[in-house]
Structures are given as C-alpha cells and as structure tokens.
Design a protein around this ligand. Structure first.
Ligand SMILES: [Zn+2]
Length: 316
C-alpha cells in the first residue's frame, strides 16, 4: 500500500510534499503525531510501607523533579489507606505543588475479583477523603478520574456495570491504560537489589535493561494500536511511584522523545476518539484497553514483551 502510494505520487511531487501526501493518504503513523499520557499508580508509593516517611518523600521528590524537568503533565492515582494519613497528605501536596493531577485508586488497593460490589464501593469512597479535600482547598478543579487496582474492572457483567454506574454517578471517569506492562517485576528486582546492598553495576544493569525493555513494550503497542483501532491512539502508560522510576525517569522520558512523542495530560489523551469505544471485557485479568478492544473485535491478542527471566527471578 505504501509503495503503491509512493510510486504514483512521486511523479508529481518533490520529496517534502510527497511525505506530506503519503501521511495524509496512507494513514502512516508518524513520529510527529505520537502522544502519551504518563500516569502513576499507588501513591504515596513504596508499596504502602506504613510510615517510612523520608524514603517515600525522597522517591516522590526525585520522580517529580524529572517529570517537571521533562514537562510531563502527569497524574498520580492515590491509595489513601496505604500509609500514615500525614504522609499521604505530604506526598499529595508534593504532587500538587508540581502541578500534577490526582486520581482515586481506592483506599487499600483491594482486588475487585475478591470483593462484593458493596465492599469495593466502600473502598472507593474511603479512598477519596484526603485527596478531595486537598483539591478543594487549592481550588484545583475536581477529583474526576478513577483507576481500578490491578486494572481489574469486574469478573462478572453485573459487578462491572454496577461499579461503572456508581463511578459515573459520583463524577468519575475510569482511567484506561493502553501501555500496560511488567514494570512491577523490575520495581521488585530493583527494590531487592537496593535492600541487599547490590553493587552499583547491578543497579545500573537493572536500570538499563528496564529502559530498553520499556522501549520494546512501547514499540509493541504502537504497532498493535494500528491493528486494533486503525491508527496510533494517544497512548496511556501505567507506571508506579517507586525507586526504579525515580532512578530512571529521565531516560524513560528520553525514549519517548526519541520515538517522537509529545507528553499530554490524561484529559487530552481521552479526547482521542478511540476511547469512545466501550470496554467490552468482562473477566479476572487486568489487561490493556487495546487488548480489551481487540477481544471485542474477535482479534487474537498480541501480548506485550515479558520482562526478562533474570529480572522476574531476581532475589528469589
Ligand atoms: Zn495499583
């Protein structure tokens, strides 16, 4: 298709105009029109280690400094019940001071697959008290996004639709993820390496492997998006507020810039018409919205690259 377009157009046009025409006619994804919203789950971070205040604040400070330096307008999804209330508030203030948005990720990070609808909804409401108050105090709009823990959205149609209706009524939009990934395995390996006083070389090796692997994951979802929705959707990446991202986010931002991405807010990403498609998936898994739409269209899911085995096994 591309060759055919190029052959016929080349007769008439010089190279620059040919490129422009090809993009228009052939729908070729370009490095210039890629965009991504980078989102972080599990604030205050560090797996909710109760009151390790200094370490948690340090990770968030380092991460936010790199988000600001790279002009990444991010959003942090909060588990208010996973940390001392004062620590949660301190971390949320850091994020808001840096101009970032906040979203609800439940209070205690439960798995909807294990809960009744009533218990899950209670955790949602319990998870919005501090965040909502801080947003109101600062006059920073409203609490408008909710992300399901583990990206589990309901293992029965009844459960899923009951939670969706509740969220809608409460003013929430469910925050989808297109670039889902095994980042947690790298985060676990890195945390274990730090706790075990691993050598600087080992830490660097984990960091380098992580960024290279993430690059391959992004590449996968670029191609997969074209297959599922017909073009490269405004992507939404899921990461976590943790040590490995605090150490590597500058390199992660650089990989997106190298691939031609613009950093956008979640709000802007969700204006992409691709997100108007309903999420048809009912089941136990937490999977990318591209995989959900693919299943709805009867396509065989093309899974993202796994983390290398040595990372998955690190410290076992
Ligand atoms: Zn989470």
């Amino acid at each position: 298709m591309i060759n055919r377009c190029r052959g016929s157009a080349a007769i008439l046009l010089n190279r620059a105009r040919l490129v422009a025409l090809l993009l228009l006619l052939c729908g070729v994804a370009t490095a210039q029109n890629r965009s991504v919203a980078i989102t972080f789950d599990d604030l205050p971070g560090m797996g909710g280690l109760a009151c390790r205040g200094d370490a948690v604040l340090d990770v968030n400070n380092r991460l936010l400094a790199q988000l600001v330096a790279n002009e990444v307008p991010s959003i942090g999804f909060v588990n208010e019940g996973r940390g001392c209330p004062q620590l949660v508030e301190d971390v949320l203030n850091l994020w808001m001071d840096a101009g970032m948005e906040l979203g609800n990720h439940t209070a205690t990070h439960p798995d909807i697959n294990d809960l009744t609808v009533a218990d899950y909804l209670k955790d949602i409401v319990d998870g919005e008290k501090i965040t909502r108050r801080l947003i109101q105090e600062r006059g920073m709009g409203s609490l408008r996004y909710f992300r399901h823990p583990f990206l589990h959205t309901g293992d029965s149609a009844e459960k899923k639709s009951a939670v969706e209706a509740f969220l809608r009524e409460r003013g929430y939009t469910i925050a989808p993820v297109t670039i889902d990934n095994d980042e947690w395995l790298f985060a676990r390996a890195y945390a274990r390496a730090l706790a075990g006083d691993a050598s600087p070389e080992t830490l660097r090796r984990i960091e380098t492997t992580y960024v290279e692997w993430l690059d391959s994951v992004v590449a996968h979802f670029e191609t997969w998006s074209v297959e599922v929705v017909g073009y490269e959707i405004a992507q939404v990446l899921l990461l976590h507020a943790n040590e490995i991202n605090a150490a590597t986010f500058g390199d992660i931002a650089a990989l997106f810039v190298r691939r031609g991405y613009r950093f956008i807010t979640l709000e802007e990403a969700l204006r992409d018409p691709g997100y108007a498609q309903p999420d048809p998936y009912v089941g136990e898994w937490g999977i990318s919205w591209l995989h959900r739409w693919a299943r709805g269209k009867g396509l065989e899911v093309q899974w993202e690259p796994d983390a290398p085995e040595w990372i998955a096994d690190f410290g076992n």
